[in-house]
Design a protein around this ligand. Structure first.
Ligand code: MN
Length: 225
């Protein structure tokens, strides 16, 4: 009987060790946003960049024996891992969030999210304006975020490279649960917009998936702190 248990444990361990992250499927075609993000950019961004982060994340997980952790658990303790893990766990998570908060369909913020936005920023337009201004001035590659802080309020922050507000290496005041993330690496917009990062930021609000953001806001309020 004990032998069967050992054999079962061994097989289970083998399968667990194989557990890897996969490139998530897109919920729309790569030409779904062609007025705002061109198809070639979408295909390179998703099929090459995100694919690359996914592959390198899986490598880092093997090298650093970080198996059986959720991506959030890795990000929360990212200071304990290598730069390779930091860049690729960030890249994997950030792009997964980015694709998920875009849609070709018309959606709108929920009543509870709108109320929180009005309390914090005055109006949705003022929130967008602040986020665009801060994100546009992120020096070099990085991301702009709308986060839910530990106290449950909304805040706009930016991070460099593939860092994000879940990571323990970003300044404490910039940490929180992201509900919107906008990629301002040049690979996200340069083919269509060249140096006009501001125009890309203005346009992207037309394809925000508020259904997804609303859901993320609800979950963030339950899990914050
Ligand atoms: Mn990107």
């Amino acid at each position: 009987m004990r032998n069967y248990f050992l054999i079962f444990s061994f097989i289970f361990a083998c399968f667990s060790a194989q557990a890897q992250f996969e490139l998530p499927k897109l919920a729309y075609a790569t030409d779904a946003f062609s007025d705002i993000i061109d198809q070639e950019t979408m295909e390179i961004h998703y099929g090459k960049h995100h694919q690359g982060y996914t592959k390198n994340l899986n490598e880092a997980i093997k090298e650093e024996k970080a198996v059986n952790l959720e991506i959030e658990q890795i990000l929360n303790k990212i200071s304990r891992f290598s730069t390779k893990m930091r860049n690729n766990a960030g890249g994997y998570y950030n792009h997964q969030l980015f694709w998920d908060i875009l849609t070709p369909h018309q959606t709108k913020p929920s009543q509870s999210l709108i109320t929180a936005i009005k309390n914090e920023f005055g109006s949705l337009n003022e929130m967008i304006e602040e986020m665009n201004t801060k994100t546009a001035s992120q020096f070099g590659s990085g991301w702009g975020w709308l986060i839910v802080t530990k106290s449950g309020s909304l805040k706009i922050v930016t991070t460099a490279n593939q860092d994000n507000p879940l990571m323990d290496v970003v300044p404490t005041e910039d940490q929180g649960i992201p509900i919107i993330g906008i990629d301002v690496w040049e690979h996200a917009y340069y083919l269509k917009y060249q140096n006009k990062r501001g125009a890309y930021l203005e346009n992207i609000w037309n394809i925000i998936n508020w259904d997804s953001v609303n859901e993320r806001y609800k979950i963030a309020l339950q899990t914050k702190g």
